[in-house]
Design a protein around this ligand. Structure first.
Ligand SMILES: NC(=O)c1ccc[n+]([C@@H]2O[C@H](COP(=O)([O-])OP(=O)(O)OC[C@H]3O[C@@H](n4cnc5c(N)ncnc54)[C@H](O)[C@@H]3O)[C@@H](O)[C@H]2O)c1
Ligand SMILES: [Zn+2]
Length: 377
């Protein structure tokens, strides 16, 4: 029976969080099967689909048809694409649409889109009626390997990114690997930075596998499914160990302290820098900084840079188009980052490929002189 209903090479990663446990299905053709997979797991027969204007024209009809075929009645809301959509204003719109669709606790909010749609709809699902069911249908590589798993939801405010939100785990994640074929190369590469990150945190063999197989991951097929499944498994392991980010989950921020500072320095202008690109540069900087602190060999930083450059990612601050603010301003952004405790900086440092650790006593003077040295201007 499985041979008929499940596509070849499909992978299942289970996130074992007790009562909040859920499945992540990874493989081709999952949008067409979404209705059946949801109906098999959720009691409700109503769904509110939230998506964006880029994804809707390509995938919304297929998802709606699949839901209908499984006896799930759905409504849809199409929002503007882009980071600005993670706002209070759009949160209100989503909550209103969910209530208008008369979604009850056992019904579902379905996020069809990248991390922006996932974070925003997950937040709405977490607060409408104090929590309704939530299904992620992530359509960007970044959302398939990172944001759709783990239950962090939220929006941005003028104080910064992701500052308002809740933990609300999804009930199911359907990562249809075919949909990545319509994602731009640039967005695919940005998501790939997060894939490489899992290797660099604590899986040196996975990083070496990516160095050998990245072209197959980019072109699709079994290696792509494998890389996404390995990433979801890695994220699941971290989330299960530390669901609410009190400790080891912080390792997922490898490259992100520098990366976030660069995103802030470019005013979150996606024409200059998208998140995964900031993470790519940030991971190279984290390895170089670790080598400067005599924790890791400079060869490791070179190896990381070579691989990320080979796949077409930026690896240097100077790769970002346009002028950057001075090192002192980048330093301020780092100091304002939430990973700062009582004057000392918390950083994810490394002893080598796949040997990252949380350091909470990094002197800011060291960081500043490093940034001055690396600054392109
Ligand atoms: N919750 C978490 O744990 C977590 C983790 C990492 C990142 N995030 C958040 O995720 C967001 C970034 O996610 P993202 O990179 O997916 O951005 P995104 O949602 O903006 O998607 C990127 C772009 O690709 C388009 N797109 C998505 N899927 C497509 C497809 N299949 N075909 C064609 N176009 C497609 C989107 O419309 C958008 O223009 C950020 O807001 C970040 O804060 C959250
Ligand atoms: Zn990230």
């Amino acid at each position: 029976m499985n041979a008929i209903t499940s596509a070849p090479a499909e992978r299942l990663v289970r996130v074992p969080l007790g009562k909040r446990a859920y499945d992540i299905l990874i493989g081709p053709g999952l949008i067409a099967r979404a209705g059946a997979e949801i109906a098999a797991r959720l009691k409700g027969r109503k769904a509110a689909v939230i998506t964006d204007e880029n994804v809707a024209p390509i995938y919304l009809d297929a998802l709606t048809a699949s839901l209908q075929a499984a006896g799930i009645q759905s409504s849809s809301l199409v929002l503007p694409a882009g980071e600005k959509t993670k706002s209070f204003e759009h949160l209100m719109t989503v909550c209103d649409a969910v209530l208008t669709a008369r979604i009850e606790r056992n019904d579902a909010v379905i996020a069809l889109g990248g991390g922006v749609i996932g974070d925003l709809s997950g937040f709405a699902a977490g607060i409408v009626r104090r929590g309704v069911r939530f299904v992620q249908v992530p359509t960007s590589l970044l959302s398939q390997v990172d944001s759709s798993v783990g239950g962090k939801t939220g929006i941005n405010t003028h104080h910064g990114k992701n500052l308002v939100g809740v933990f609300h785990q999804p009930d199911l994640v359907l990562a249809d690997t075919d949909v990545l074929n319509t994602l731009s190369q640039r967005e695919f590469r940005a998501g790939y930075a997060e894939v490489a990150k899992y290797g660099l945190i604590d899986k040196p063999d996975f990083f070496a596998w990516l160095e050998a197989n990245w072209q197959d991951v980019f072109s699709g097929g079994a290696a792509r499914i494998e890389a996404i499944a390995a990433s979801c498994q890695a994220k699941s392991d971290v989330v299960v160990a530390d669901e609410r980010e009190n400790g080891p989950r912080a390792l997922l921020n490898l490259g992100h302290t520098f990366g976030h500072a660069l995103e802030a320095a470019t005013a979150y202008d996606s024409r200059r820098l998208v998140h995964g690109e900031g993470v790519a540069i940030g991971m190279v900087l984290a390895h170089e900084f670790s080598s400067r602190l005599n924790l890791a060999s400079p060869d490791d930083a070179k190896r990381v840079e070579t691989h990320l450059k080979t796949v077409g990612l930026p690896t240097r601050m100077g790769d970002i188009p346009g002028a950057l603010p001075p090192a002192e301003v980048l330093m301020d952004a780092i100091a304002q980052d939430k990973k700062v405790k009582s004057g000392q900086l918390t950083f994810i440092l490394t002893r080598g490929i796949g040997q990252s650790f949380v350091a909470d006593d990094v002197p800011s003077s060291e960081v500043l002189s490093f940034l001055r040295e690396k600054h392109p201007q």
